[in-house]
Ligand binder design. Structure first.
Ligand code: ADE
Length: 535
């Protein structure tokens, strides 16, 4: 990833980011930081870049021309996400850091003096970001803060093999207290449970401490944590149908954009002393059959919007909340087709680029017990599966970018791009790009036999299990089950509920998951994608 930082003080950036983890990542060519001196693009004699503001007022303003030319020089006119760091921006959060980390290149523009001429901002800036509600003397420190937070999410920068996809930071809870040697210091003992060696007790204690600490130090975060928990429990009334939403919330990936549990209307109704008439009764039944609430969630990192609604009428309202930036829309109910195809003119502009990718059946693994990856002779609660070979779990590993050629070779025949009644909805190039992106995100796993990559599995954007593929010579030997079990176990370790969205016509995948103990949802979900290929 490349950061271009447009600044009047390039030395400040170079000095600030040359040491420690970020300095090492630059040295190892994992990231590049290009500090660009805006003065180099001034057309004035003395490299002047500022002038008085029209209309008067204190201080000087950075002029449009040098900023524009510096920007043109680094982007060459290409569309590159350009962040203006300013106290007037959106708050910088972990979610934002993750969203920016998905870009190949970023431009960060640092202001000075009283700001920058508005006209150039209108032309080049895509995001206005603030690092907090206080005013600093310039944008260099905020830019460095952002580079640090974004860069550490890029695979290889931290060098500990933890993929940022799997890192659970922003579950709205602060870290629990930590202790190191000695066991007693200043007469204070390390909490007994941490010495017990009992992993589940340690995990429970840490969660409890996180909750207590958050309630004490950050009541705002704690309120969000509770609201999220409450929404999860409401959605859990139809767990199988809402599993993608529940998991996105539980894994700290999705934010709530809109929510209406229908209680307000009921309360109003009660307050007005009205009786529930015939129409209301049928609406209520309709609501029950379609789901329990109107919800719009957005996973801004993967640009997935998840919508669910009680009725077709509320579906229309809900679907209007889909953000402009959403690349995928996962809709829980069929009537969204009506919405996407026959919606009002006003919203057509934004929505017409969405195309139905297909209908999927969510399947979830609710049992907490790990699956055996090696010899899966039997599963405790299901009938036994006839395994031909024993598969040593060591033969499964996480794939890295260095494995791309292997992955590319075995997935050449991969029909992941062909679904929706056999209609091609993605080009081969789009499938390749997607797999490459997933590989880079560190969420693809491969099974090796005789040194060959025999099969793969991965975690889709949004967090479902998928992209399962076994090369022809290795089929019918339990490789697919082993790969699935491996990924399920990794997810269970994180306290997640593993789930998959199986194309409604993919019987083989459905049967495999069924054998492994996954349960099917009663309702299908429709997945729409922006700018998918026209058949
Ligand atoms: N420039 C000055 N203050 C700032 C802040 N709080 N965040 C981002 N950029 C800034």
């Amino acid at each position: 990833m490349k950061f271009h930082i447009l600044t009047l003080f390039p030395e400040m950036i170079r000095n600030g980011l040359q040491l420690s983890v970020i300095g090492k990542a630059v040295e190892n060519n994992i990231i590049a930081i290009d500090a660009v001196d805006i003065r180099d693009y001034s057309m004035e004699k003395h490299r002047k870049v500022d002038d008085y503001p029209y209309g008067g007022g204190a201080g000087m303003l950075m002029q449009a021309q040098p900023v524009y030319h510096a920007h043109q020089a680094v982007t060459g006119g290409r569309k590159v996400r350009t962040i203006y760091v300013t106290p007037q921006g959106m708050p910088f959060t972990q979610t934002k850091a993750e969203e920016f980390a998905a870009e190949e290149e970023l431009v960060l523009l640092c202001g000075h003096y009283e700001g920058i001429d508005e006209r150039v901002l209108e032309e080049i800036v895509t995001d206005y970001i603030s690092i907090g509600d206080y005013v600093l003397t310039g944008g260099e420190l905020p830019a460095m803060v952002m580079v640090d937070a974004i860069a550490r999410l890029i695979p290889g920068v931290l060098g500990n093999g933890i993929s940022s996809e799997e890192e659970s930071f922003h579950n709205d809870l602060l870290e629990y207290p930590q202790y190191s040697r000695p066991e007693v210091w200043h007469k204070k003992r390390v909490p007994e449970v941490l010495l017990s060696g009992n992993h589940s007790k340690v995990a429970a204690w840490r969660l409890e401490q996180s909750i207590l600490r958050t309630a004490d130090r950050r009541p705002d975060l704690y309120a969000r944590y509770q609201a999220r928990k409450c929404l999860i429990s409401q959605l859990s009334r139809e767990k199988r149908n809402h599993i993608h939403m529940i998991e996105s919330l539980a894994r700290g990936r999705a934010e709530v954009l809109y929510m209406d549990d229908g209680m307000e209307a009921d309360r109003e109704e009660a307050g007005n002393g009205k009786t529930v008439n015939e129409t209301n009764v049928s609406e209520t039944n309709d609501a029950e059959s379609m789901g329990s609430m109107d919800v719009v969630l957005y996973d801004s990192r993967d640009r997935i919007c998840m919508i669910s609604a009680r009725t077709a009428a509320s579906g229309d309202k809900v679907a209007r909340c889909v953000p402009e930036s959403a690349e995928y829309v996962v809709a829980s109910h069929e009537f969204f087709d009506i919405f996407f195809n026959g919606m009002s003119e006003e919203f057509q502009g934004n929505r017409k680029n969405y195309q139905l990718c297909g209908r999927y059946i969510p399947m979830l693994y609710t049992c907490k017990a790990a699956l055996s990856v090696k010899w899966k002779k039997s599963i405790p609660w299901k009938k036994s599966i006839p395994w031909k070979n024993s598969i040593p779990w060591e033969s499964i590993r996480s794939l890295s970018e260095a494995d791309w050629s292997l992955l590319e070779r075995i997935t050449a025949e991969f029909d992941y791009g062909i679904c929706c009644n056999g209609k091609k909805i993605r080009t081969e190039e789009q499938v390749r790009d997607y797999l490459q992106e997933r590989l880079k995100a560190g969420v693809m796993y491969g099974i090796f036999a005789e040194e060959n990559l025999a099969g793969v599995i991965g975690m889709h954007k949004g967090g479902s299990v998928g992209m399962l593929y076994v090369d022809l010579p290795y089929r019918r030997q339990g490789f697919a089950a082993s790969l699935t079990a491996y990924l399920v176990n990794r997810m269970l370790e994180k306290g997640w509920t593993p789930y998959a969205c199986v194309p409604a016509d993919n019987m083989a995948a459905g049967n495999l998951l069924d054998k492994l103990g996954f349960y099917k949802a009663a309702k299908e979900v429709s997945i729409y994608q922006r700018e998918a290929v026209q058949p």
